[in-house]
Design a binder for this molecule. Structure first.
Ligand code: ATP
Length: 303
């Protein structure tokens, strides 16, 4: 594990009966980055997060957080980690402020931390209200406030946008962005909504049926939004060479055909290059694949 790695997993695997909930996941989350763990319902996000936090034990593989291998004697590292998991519940009969004060004492944070967390999650209006009567969105804010309160170096958040209204989602996004960019906090967050992580994450890991099927960074994400041209051609290998010579830089094999990126406006030129190389063109179609359909295709729902 490099010094820049904050969360690492190796061969992380968990099975529930017949269901392989997490299947050999290898993660390297770098210090200060926002990593979006994206997958559909049941993909294995929560199970992975529970293993990162030592809440359940993997069947195979291992987890390291801040250089500490997670296991029976890894409690100390969690003083540097803030987390929000589905089952996190507040004491319903205590107020928001009292709940946060308990968290403060547990984490030995300074007194001022409670008001700071209330302020950060805009819970001022509700601070004296019992946690049990909060709206779902405000319960989520309280859970986030608890996660942040002791100023952890690492935040592990399972579906942080759950139950938040659109304004709340933007607020949390800005908060996480500033924690990462100004304070070097590493954020690992799961989501089933592409738009949510696409706006925020420096890197996205796409998980499907327990497997990490692809990792993409912000730059690649933008690239994916670009259109490409699908070409059916008699000899794809020779066609790729001919197009390369004609100045087309991004060419991928796609079954019996080719995909050429950044070429939407150059279809005539492309056809000429193929024909003059003596190739038969059986089809040529510009395609615009947005991120959503890309994600659906990767996670097996786009066919
Ligand atoms: P969601 O977005 O719906 O929360 P997820 O990506 O977090 O989904 P997990 O909760 O990790 O998915 O579940 C992965 C798979 O493991 C699912 O098929 C789920 O039914 C199964 N699973 C999770 N926990 C258990 C458990 N305690 N016992 C049996 N099966 C489980």
């Amino acid at each position: 594990m490099s010094a820049e790695t904050t969360i690492a997993t190796r061969s992380l695997t968990k099975r529930y009966g017949d269901v392989l909930a997490v299947d050999g996941v290898e993660l390297d989350v770098r210090r200060g980055e926002i990593y979006g763990f994206l997958g559909r319902n049941g993909a294995g996000k929560t199970t992975t997060i529970r293993m990162l936090l030592g809440l359940i034990r993997p069947d195979r593989g291992e987890v390291e957080v801040l250089g500490t291998r997670i296991g029976a004697s890894s409690r100390e590292v969690f003083s540097h980690v803030g987390y929000l998991v589905e089952s996190a519940t507040a004491y319903p009969n205590l107020t928001v402020r009292e709940n946060l004060d308990i968290q403060r004492r547990l984490t030995r944070a300074p007194h001022a931390a409670v008001e700071e967390a209330i302020e950060a999650m805009r819970l001022g209006e509700f601070a004296a209200r019992r946690a049990g009567v909060l709206s779902l969105g405000n319960k989520q804010r309280l859970s986030l406030a608890r996660a942040l309160l002791h100023r952890p170096d690492v935040l592990v958040l399972d579906e942080p946008a759950n139950a938040l209204d659109p304004a709340g989602i933007v607020e949390v996004r800005e908060l996480l962005r500033s924690l990462s960019s100004e304070h070097g906090v590493t954020v690992f967050m799961s989501s089933h909504i592409l738009g949510e992580v696409a706006h925020l994450a420096d890197r996205i890991g796409i998980v499907s049926s327990g497997r990490l099927v692809e990792e993409i960074d912000r730059e690649q994400l933008r690239g994916r939004e670009r259109s490409h041209v699908e070409i059916g051609v008699s000899d794809p290998v020779r066609a790729a060479t001919a197009l390369g010579q004609a100045g087309f830089a991004r060419i991928e094999r796609d079954g019996e055909g080719l995909r050429v990126f950044d070429a939407r406006d150059r279809v005539p030129e492309m056809t000429r290059a193929l024909v003059s190389a003596g190739l038969d063109v059986t089809g040529i179609a510009p395609v615009r694949e947005d991120l959503e359909s890309y994600f659906l295709r990767l996670t097996g729902d786009g066919e």
